[in-house]
Design a protein around this ligand. Sequence first.
Ligand code: ITT
Length: 193
Amino acid sequence: MRELVFATNNTHKTEEVKQLLAGQYQVLNLKDIGCDTDIPETGNTFAENARLKTSFVETHYQMDCFADDSGLEVEALNNAPGIYSARYAGQRGDRENLELVLKNMEGITNRKARFKTVVSLVQQNQHYFFEGVINGTLREKASGAEGFGYDPIFVPDGYDITFAEMSMAQKNEISHRAQAMRKLISFLKSATL
Ligand code: ITT
């Protein structure tokens, strides 16, 4: 099976993407290629940060790879936490980040939010980008034990359960990351025809 390097340290993202590519590609993350660097994400957009991750692997490992930069945008918070989603409460910590969003949303009736992903692919020195977005609303309390990050407070439009109350397979049918990954997969398929 062909190998694909996914430039991430996030084990939840790795599992989601492994499930999406099961039977088609073997996914190796940063740990699998012997990289334990927390690649600096100093860009101003999801696309810039995704590209910083793929460029790092391209420069230091001379390998083709893809990376995902993603986050939650809350309309009433001027699209925060956005690119700062992983460290919204000051440092890494899913529970602290989620609690801070809930606190900042106290008393606010506009609960609209969306998850966004930009996937960057570097292949033979060329860079490509693929995007995915899912709209939804924020609960007032966390609910569910699946997934990661802000999943326990995010209810996708058309559903009445949070991402954290869905199985990984259910989340992968609709999520921002799955949408971007499906675009990447069809690009890779067309490129190898
Ligand atoms: P890598 O950079 O190593 O891939 P990371 O966790 O730092 O891992 P990001 O920089 O893309 O990843 O930050 C994404 C953050 O946004 C993540 O830590 C979560 O807090 C949130 N997030 C992204 N996708 C999510 C999802 O599907 N469900 C819940 N939260 C998500």
